[in-house]
Design a protein around this ligand. Structure first.
Ligand code: NAP
Length: 305
């Protein structure tokens, strides 16, 4: 592979940034990988494992960088932006990996200096693990990366960033930011909230002990616990910044849940069977699209986010 950006700066050194660093090395996509994390502990860990050149300030990290990627929780994007703003080089590409897009654009867009190209994006790939040691080079392989540029963005810059993510293993598509937030509310955000709720319900149910929940945990519940183990800060920020779309999907979810509840109460087996037949076809479609395998992994594998 050939170098796409000479110097890439990663702000935040968690799951996504560390996976990017590994995938960049695998593909020889950058000559220099710089990184910064907020706490000395995370910086020390990143240094210990030789993840990248670790800097003690975000400003030094982005100095001379051709691509800067913000890999911090969405709620931290604005403060990180004000820290790095004076240090961005003219002509640099600025991007992010935040799980919601409109809020990131609103937080960062107005502060982008002249001559810096801002192209937001989101890798639809993740696990429930966090931190610099959780990353791996194959995280993005055959997973989608959605670019959500604002109208008027230089198409050559968008194309270059698309090539970068393709070199990291992703399939890249462009999407309008509000549409992105609605799609992700359906495919990721609402399902996470439902998983958090189901695990919370099991925890609260006094007639079933916690040890029984752990001991007899069946595949469905195990998958919920994996999702519900996801980083609390990241997911708090997702719901705070994708409020409307998530509430719209949860409203529809509640209506369907009531209909299924009624079908169970009235013994309407046809309704239940038809519904489950329809949902089974969606699972087949995901496997046929190569976004998951049919092999049972009982929640141990990585997943799209
Ligand atoms: P992570 O493993 O928890 O790492 C977050 C990093 O951000 C850490 O290095 C942390 O530094 C730093 N950070 C946290 N708060 C900060 C602040 N206020 N100022 C500066 N740095 C701060 O997170 P991640 O899973 O890589 O997620 C990063 C971004 O990717 C999020 O925006 C998330 O929405 C998005 N994303 C995540 C997934 C996923 O499945 N995890 C998937 C797609 C997109 P310290 O360790 O020093 O605190």
């Amino acid at each position: 592979m050939s170098v796409i950006f000479e110097k890439v700066a990663l702000i935040g050194l968690g799951l996504i940034a560390s996976s990017m660093a590994h995938a960049m090395k695998r593909g020889e996509v950058a000559k220099e990988i710089a990184g910064y994390a907020r706490t000395p502990e995370t910086r020390a860990t990143a240094r210990k494992i030789g993840l990248c050149d670790v800097y003690d300030t975000a400003g030094e990290c982005v100095q001379d960088a051709d691509l800067v990627v913000l890999c911090v929780p969405i709620g931290a994007m604005a403060s990180v932006m004000s820290e790095i703003r004076p240090h961005l080089k003219t002509g640099a590409v600025l991007s992010d990996v935040g799980s919601t897009k409109r809020a990131v654009i609103d937080a960062i867009g107005p502060h982008v200096p002249d001559g810096v190209h801002f192209v937001p994006g989101h890798p639809i790939a993740g696990t429930e693990y966090s931190g610099p040691e959780s990353g791996f080079a194959t995280l993005f392989d055959n997973k989608w990366f959605l670019l959500t540029p604002e109208p008027g963005t230089d198409p050559a810059v968008v194309q270059k960033l698309a090539e970068f993510w393709q070199a990291l293993g992703s399939n890249v598509e462009e999407m309008e930011p509000d549409h992105h937030d609605l799609v992700l509310a359906v495919t990721s955000h609402a399902p996470h909230l439902i998983a958090y709720t189901m695990v919370g319900v099991a925890d609260d149910l006094s007639r079933v002990t916690d040890s029984e929940v752990v001991k007899y945990s069946a595949a469905g519940f195990r998958d919920f616990t994996r999702i519900a183990a996801s980083d609390p800060t990241m997911w708090r920020d997702v719901f705070l910044t994708n409020k409307d779309a998530t509430l719209e999907i949860l409203g529809r979810f509640t209506e369907e849940l009531f209909a299924l509840q009624r079908a169970i109460r009235t013994g309407d087996g046809d309704h239940l069977h038809d519904y489950f037949t329809r949902t089974r076809a969606i699972r087949r479609g995901i496997i046929e699209a190569g976004q998951d395998t049919a092999a049972p992994d009982f929640g141990r594998g990585g997943s799209g986010r």
